[in-house]
Design a protein around this ligand. Structure first.
Ligand code: PEP
Ligand code: MG
Length: 328
């Protein structure tokens, strides 16, 4: 079906009932940006900036970071790129970083990583903030923070960026036309604080990889657990449904950038929960777009609401049967 997907490159991801779904790609390296033109995606919904740090033999200095960000923005043109600040630490250790600090952790996924490390060792994030702000001069900069667990972490990270913005402004250098701040929702505790946090955000992006790991207390890379917990379990879908209701009420755009969105049936379920922004692996754009273009989202939404209220344990089967019957 490759050719069929390629032929859809310029067709919009619109459902049968007229919902325009935003389909973006996940990326992390300079070359990944080519996927935008190949797939016809709406932008980069997750640019994992730690990749540059992970593939480098030495700590990438600010100028090198800035060059990468500028190249990515230039290649993206007027399509948005959401840069996620570094998610290192935990199991993503860097050989050139202070090993004393990044000593072996018993639970690296739940350890000193991402925004936790970035706020404690803020020289790294200050340099990254300056690199991003300068790279996005004259255009909109989208920044997203990983592993935020409490609203104050978002505030502190945003304040750090704003300080850098002022520093650059004081030197009369060209600034981004705007900076839009968002956070990932991948730590369940944050979901309980959305009423407090959402008014301060420009967007929210759900990281279903870490989120499911923490919801089920199940290591996302453990081979014996890989098949045990289902993204289509009612627990996850109910959780996502509650989050979406809250973001809808607050009028804050919400998307999913975890691997879940790259599987057609899972993506269908997400749209059925009212999630209309997906950032997925480039190879999934064709199949997911094909699914969207045959889907009646409102009809699915009504069906799913009933199944979830019931607590149906066999959501995967029900969704599969529904999709077959509806010709999705
Ligand atoms: C996630 O956790 O779902 C996510 C998108 O981030 P990463 O896979 O980089 O942890
Ligand atoms: Mg994550």
């Amino acid at each position: 079906r490759r050719a069929e997907f390629a032929a859809m490159r310029d067709l919009p991801p619109v459902t049968v009932d007229g919902r325009r779904i935003t389909l973006m790609v996940n990326a992390g390296l300079r070359d990944d940006v080519a996927a935008l033109d190949i797939t016809g995606a709406d932008g980069i919904g997750l640019f994992r900036t730690e990749f540059q740090f992970l593939v480098s033999a030495t700590l990438p200095q600010r100028e090198r970071q800035q060059r990468l960000y500028r190249d990515v923005l230039d290649a993206a043109g007027d399509r948005p790129v959401i840069f996620r600040t570094v998610d290192i630490g935990g199991d993503k250790t860097l050989p050139y970083m202070n090993q004393g600090d990044l000593a072996e952790e018993e639970n690296p996924a739940m350890g000193w990583r991402a925004i936790r490390l970035a706020l404690d060792r803020d020289a790294l994030m200050k340099a990254q903030a300056r690199a991003l702000i300068e790279a996005a001069a004259g255009r909109v900069l989208y920044v997203m923070f990983p592993m935020v667990s409490e609203p104050w972490e978002f505030d502190a990270a945003q304040a750090l960026f704003e300080t850098q913005r002022r520093w650059i402004a004081d030197r009369n250098r060209l600034l981004p036309t705007a900076i839009r701040y968002g956070t990932m929702l991948e730590v369940p505790a944050l979901a309980e604080m959305l009423d407090v946090l959402l008014p301060r955000l420009d967007f929210l992006s759900i990281g279903t990889n870490d989120l499911t790991q923490f919801l089920f207390a199940a290591d996302r890379s453990h081979p014996k657990l890989a098949e045990r917990f289902d993204w289509l379990s009612p627990a996850i879908l109910r959780f996502l449904s509650r989050v979406t209701n809250t973001t809808d009420k607050a009028g804050i755009p919400v998307g999913v950038c975890g691997e879940m969105g790259g599987r057609s049936l899972e993506a269908m379920a997400l749209v059925g929960l009212g999630i209309e922004r997906l950032s997925i692996t480039p190879a999934a754009i064709g199949p997911v777009k094909a699914m969207i273009r045959t889907l009646d989202a409102a009809k699915l939404r009504a069906a799913m609401a009933g199944w979830l209220a019931e607590g149906a344990h066999d959501m995967r089967d029900r969704l599969t049967t529904w999709a077959d019957a509806e010709g999705v």
